[in-house]
Design a protein around this ligand. Structure first.
Ligand code: ATP
Ligand code: MG
Length: 357
């Protein structure tokens, strides 16, 4: 229900330039996620939107209103934003119900309306049973959900969520993902979300912004950035990927470290390239262009996680879990590629990827 326009925003702490010329528009009703390695400036950007931090330069608009820039600075309480921060705070002296009711009490809503809204939101975050408890009697994950409920209850137009599910176990995390997404779709709230968890980002977001080195490396739908990453860093950050040095020639890419074997290539690059292949995009096929030896095979239930040796290279292949009984280590195999990503080899790959290891 709100748009956020970030125009030439920069932020430095002393000499440390955290955000360089940040330009983005988060659209009305959009669920956008900022993803990126630790320390890349995600929380800083959220704090700037919220009004807890002043940018060093640039302007920030919420809808058409300038909230930060030049001499203008609108304090957080005037921005109409709901938020849950990484270090969430719940009030220790209030029980769960009162913590969540608080934003509505300040708005002087009547008792029955408050009760209805709080009951609804507590049910949504699976905390109805805990309404009378004090935060000290809750686990970390439960406190985090109190903070989330309190942000949701006032149905803000814009919601900022900084790792709001980080303290939850895998199952609850997954169900809360869908609940947050559902609330967002029902209410049309614009959500700016921060997470380290790429699956969470993929499942929830309309658009993902991948930030590194103070800049947005790429923004796009989960499908766009997963399947068409702008650079090797993006490819590596989202999902599993292995890089292979190749030589692009007319119609094919040759891999020197695979004994000179090659795969068909219809792209336009020539010369040295880095080929990024996701393990799930390699599969066993009698007619595949690559041939090697099955060296390892791990049965994981839903999938087999395999390693295939081709010359000096070990390729990771993740394939449907039905093969386990039909193949054995040591046998010759052929591999087909469903999809690959080809980047020019500019010598920067190792440095670019070292941040992630
Ligand atoms: N108040 C501050 N004073 C000085 N430096 C700061 C301050 N706040 C953040 N920084 C620095 O700015 C950079 C970005 O921090 P930020 O908290 O935005 O990262 P982040 O992307 O949220 O990381 P994480 O994923 O670990 O939460 C870091 O290098 C951090 O040390
Ligand atoms: Mg952070």
């Amino acid at each position: 229900m709100s748009t956020v326009t970030i125009s030439h925003v920069t932020k430095a702490f002393g000499d440390n330039v955290v955000l360089k010329d940040f330009n983005e528009t988060f659209r009305d009703g959009e669920f956008v996620t900022m993803l990126g390695p630790s320390g890349c400036g995600k929380t800083t950007m959220l704090r700037i939107i919220a009004g807890f931090e002043k940018p060093t330069g640039g302007e920030l608009y919420i809808d058409d209103q300038l909230v930060s820039g030049g001499k203008t600075f609108l304090p957080p309480e005037k921005r109409g934003i709901g938020m849950v921060f990484q270090s969430y705070a719940v009030w220790p002296h209030m029980n769960v119900f009162e913590n969540v009711a608080y934003p509505l009490r300040i708005k002087k809503q009547d008792k029955a309306a408050i009760k209805e809204a709080v009951d609804w939101v507590l049910d949504t975050v699976h905390l109805s049973r805990y309404a009378d408890r004090l935060p000290s009697q809750l686990s970390g994950g439960q406190q985090q959900r109190v903070a989330l409920a309190r942000a949701l209850v006032a149905r803000p137009k814009l919601m900022l969520l900084d790792e709001p599910l980080s303290n939850l176990d895998a199952k609850l995390r997954e169900s809360m993902r869908f609940e947050i997404k559902e609330i967002q779709q029902e209410t049309g709230i614009t959500v700016v979300y921060v997470t380290h968890d790429q699956t969470e980002a993929m499942a929830m977001s309309d658009r993902i912004f991948l930030i590194y080195n103070g800049e947005v490396q790429q923004s796009g739908t989960p499908q766009e950035i997963y399947n068409h990453p702008a650079n090797p860093f993006v490819a590596d950050f989202l999902g599993n990927v292995d890089f292979f040095k190749g030589e692009a020639q007319e119609g094919k890419i040759v891999f020197p470290a695979m004994g000179g074997q090659s795969v068909p290539y219809a792209g336009t690059l020539t010369g040295k390239v880095n080929v990024a292949i996701r393990p799930e995009n390699l599969f066993f096929a009698e007619e595949g262009p690559l041939s090697g030896t099955l060296e390892k095979q791990y049965y994981l239930g839903d999938v087999d996680d395999c390693r295939v040796r081709i010359g000096d290279t070990l390729l990771r292949v993740i394939t449907g879990g039905y093969l386990f009984s039909t193949m054995s280590v040591g046998q010759s195999v052929r591999l087909q590629i469903r999809d690959m990503m080809v980047f020019p080899d500019d010598g920067q790959l190792e440095q670019m990827l070292s941040i992630l290891t």
